[in-house]
Design a protein. Structure first.
Lengths: 202, 202
DNA sequence: ATTCGTCGAGACGAGGCCGTATCAACGCGT
DNA sequence: ACGCGTTGATACGGCCTCGTCTCGACGAAT
């Protein structure tokens, strides 16, 4: 006997998770294919094989939908294993980031969202949260270890460190769209380690 | 006395240059405001204060128009003055590129076009032509000078050199959207010079 | 003065997407 | 067995854009 009327909705029926997942996948596919600017809710529903109703019941707008989907997928934080040296820590970061950026969805979607962030505060805030926070964490981690090992003299600004480490990688893969073979990644790692060591103190 | 009928169209009237210029400006403004994906010819004409006719008389499609406009504006090649040292050459590049990237139109339009290039061969080809060619030229130039000065041992891949020089700058300004004060540019220059010197040979 | 192409304006039908509403069918908890 | 919310489908008016076409006006060369 329920104590207070219809707190529990009586005959249930919750938003089906498999449908939410199908929509999520469709959002990414559409983002890759036409970008955020051209993305339409109708096309997402069509691709997911669901009705517009199912979409609008979950999110109130395109921005809402994309922000939520991106947050869900990109939210994972990661801890970087200590590879024993600054150079090897950097190589590890480059390998991980490189593998992520090579994903056919990622290298179309990420630059698109970054560009959209320049004019859309909602997108900007989300990306800042899921990307920058993560990276700054890795940056501080690597810098702290290198200082502890005595590999670099003074504290280095973690932001500049990240610029020096992932900047060249992103430029190559996402901007120049040139291939970046493993050998080049290793050379970049050696080079970036030297760059960090040579970075003048603030 | 005309030698052959109407080779010269009789009563002239050429496409007016001032109107072409107005359209060009409008294209950039629209690109910055809504991006390539959402850019519409109608909106361009409206913003330029011209009729759609004037636009369609010049270009046959949105892709045509954007490619041509971008080529026209970004086509300038530049020679880098010899600053006397690798580090100072790099600082010069960073100052020039940094100033360009800070332009309110540039840092909205460039990432947008780069993202669009991932799915649009026409855009990709154009950007490759106007950007990469220019940069590779600067890269080879800087590397050659540094080798001649004895600052770096062996020949260095100009592509990797460019990655190391402009990658961090682009990442900071166009991706992280953090401010990059002049002091940081100078530190980046010192650091990038060390990175080039430490780059393992191919 | 005439001629001809460009100019802005806007009409046109077609088509896409918006956000809402309505419908019968289904499935789940009671 | 029943009730309820979700489901896909479809329709709606409204808005925007497409690419083409027509119109009168203007200007420059003849």
């Amino acid at each position: 006997m329920p104590t207070d009327g219809r707190r529990v909705p009586a005959g249930a029926a919750v938003l089906r998770a498999d449908i939410t997942d199908a929509i999520r996948d469709a959002v990414f596919a559409e983002l890759a294919e036409v970008g955020y600017g051209r993305l339409s809710i109708e096309a997402v529903a069509r691709r997911a094989g669901v009705g517009k109703t199912a979409v609008y019941r979950r999110w109130s707008s395109k921005l809402d939908m994309v922000v939520d989907v991106v947050s869900t997928v990109a939210g994972e934080r990661m801890d970087l294993p200590d590879m024993g040296s600054l150079r090897d820590d950097i190589e590890m970061i480059l390998m991980i980031a490189g593998r992520a950026l090579r994903h056919p969805l990622a290298w179309k979607v990420i630059p698109d969202l970054l560009a959209e962030a320049a004019r859309n505060p909602g997108i900007a805030e989300t990306l800042h949260r899921v990307l920058t926070a993560n990276q700054r964490g890795m940056g501080s981690q690597v810098v702290a270890r290198a200082v502890a090992r005595g590999e670099i003299a003074a504290e280095v600004d973690p932001d500049l460190a990240i610029d020096l480490i992932v900047g060249p990688l992103y430029w190559r893969i996402a901007v120049s769209r040139n291939d970046l073979p493993k050998a080049d990644i290793q050379r970049l790692a050696t080079s970036a380690a030297a760059a960090l060591a040579a970075l003048p103190p603030a």
